[in-house]
Design a protein around this ligand. Structure first.
Ligand code: NAP
Length: 436
């Protein structure tokens, strides 16, 4: 019976769900030997560096990942960068299949004047900063002004706005990166605007996230009843209201009707507000919005504008994949057909394949669909057995599953003493030390 060797690149949700789908597809016809490669010494991708720290339940999926990793046919090669430490071509020549699960880590640009002023950040920087991603530990997040604007009406924008708007004591019992938490404690930001270019009825926020807002203990969340009613009327006029939209509209109503507590901290929604320009002298000071309107279901620019004074702007308008040597990208994703990179033994799953959409669980069905295609394409005979270890440059300290377990255990133990789920280490050097 052939044992096929599969390389999975990226230890995030797409990577682990791909490994799980492979493990579940083993039968009397075939088995798999899985090698997972990860650039960082830490695992779990967005579950570690994307999911908001005040949403710990979502992170419990990491238990599934660790179960997958505990299977005898799984090997981990953390702190190994594909395309740099080992070429893709090398992997393709030796493994039966290579599955790219490398996500989308680059923030999309608005393409408007002033976007590159200091004080204008992408969610692709801000989110990994507060989540302790080593690449963003040194990010300068100016929190000495009173007002922040978050651009975008998706769940990432919501996460960014919430982290800025809540009282930092609410983050004390979480795994927020220690250096970010210290900065957030000093933050003078009290007003956070979230700006969507269309109406509340078009927002990409999901209902559970909206329903959490009235529960915030130290922050008033503002949207007017009139705005919610207008959105409702427009949605009705546009036809039958689907279940998820009905749920969102109901959540908006609850937010609008929730009594204000007079908190100093506020999160305020602005809709039909399209960012036109960031202005400022050497740093962001003002965001200019074009005012949109909706006519016959279409979003139209009225030509009018208004401005908000702002000390910090975060654009949360989507992501695209970061380049990797030896891989072709098209429109921000790996060029693929249903997960197959045509003409190669490369496959792709997750945000690298389909773009930044869906929740973590979406990657499970995505992985199982692609693994079906991968199995269809396998030759009758597996490639010769081999060990990748000698191909990894001698200077690279590999973080295998045992080393990652030591890092994980050390962080959890350090957090326990402080009443946190873990205390994240953000220095690569120190992480590697913890793994020894
Ligand atoms: P998203 O859901 O696609 O939202 C992107 C937002 O950016 C949309 O409101 C979009 O508006 C807006 N936008 C795009 N280009 C713009 C421009 N030029 N000017 C102004 N606004 C612009 O993306 P995301 O928030 O990055 O989230 C990515 C995925 O992760 C989503 O599937 C999300 O649900 C998921 N996620 C889930 C959770 C959770 O479950 N708690 C948390 C975080 C992320 P238009 O609609 O008008 O294009």
């Amino acid at each position: 019976m052939p044992q096929y060797k599969i390389a999975i690149i990226g230890a995030g949700p797409a990577g682990y769900f791909t490994a799980q789908a492979l493990q579940n597809s083993q039968d009397e016809q075939r088995t798999f030997a899985i090698d997972m490669f990860e650039r960082l010494p830490t695992m779990w991708g967005l579950v570690r560096s994307g999911v908001a720290p005040d949403h710990p339940k979502i992170k419990t999926v990491a238990k599934v990942f660790e179960k997958v990793a505990s299977e005898p046919n799984f090997r981990l090669f953390g702190n190994v960068e594909i395309g740099t430490d080992i070429d893709i071509e090398e992997l393709c020549a030796r493994y039966d299949a290579v599955v790219m699960c490398t996500g989308s880590s680059v923030g999309k640009k608005l393409g408007i004047p002033g976007e590159d002023l200091p004080g204008s950040l992408s969610a692709a920087e801000f989110v990994p900063w507060y989540n302790g991603h080593p690449d963003y530990a040194q990010l300068d997040v100016p929190l000495d002004g009173t007002t922040a604007v978050v651009i975008g009406a998706g769940n990432v924008a919501m996460d960014c706005a919430r982290i800025l708007a809540i009282d930092p004591t609410e983050l004390d019992p979480t795994d927020t990166a220690p250096q970010a938490l210290a900065e957030l404690h000093k933050s003078k930001i009290r007003k956070v605007y979230i700006a969507g270019r269309r109406g509340p009825e078009h927002a990409a926020f999901t209902a559970p996230e909206l329903r959490d807002l009235p529960k915030l203990e130290h922050t008033d969340v503002l949207i007017t009843k009139e705005e919610v009613e207008a959105a409702h009327a427009r949605a009705e006029a546009a036809g039958e209201i689907e279940k998820h939209l009905a749920s969102n509209l109901e959540a908006w109503r609850l937010i609008a009707e929730h009594p204000r507590s007079g908190h100093e901290r506020q999160m305020e929604f602005h809709f039909l507000a399209a960012p036109k320009e960031f202005k400022g002298n050497g740093k962001v000071e003002e965001v200019v919005f074009g005012i949109n309107t909706i006519k016959d279901g279409k979003v139209i620019d009225t030509g009018e504008t208004y401005s908000i004074k702002a000390d910090l702007v975060i654009s949360a308008i989507g992501y695209q994949a970061a380049p990797i040597n030896g891989i072709h990208f098209h429109h921000g994703v790996i060029e693929n057909e249903a997960g197959r990179v045509l003409g190669t033994n490369i496959y792709t799953v997750g945000w690298a394949k389909r773009g930044p959409s869906g929740v973590i669980g979406t990657n499970k069905s995505d992985a199982s669909d692609v693994v079906k295609l991968l199995i269809e394409d396998l030759r009758d005979e597996a490639r010769p057995d081999f060990d990748i270890t000698p191909f990894i440059p001698a200077g690279v300290q590999i973080v295998d599953q045992a080393a990652w377990s030591r890092i994980n255990a050390a962080e959890v133990a350090a957090g326990e003493a402080l009443g946190k789920p873990r205390l994240k280490e953000v220095s690569i050097e120190k992480l590697l030390h913890l793994g020894q």
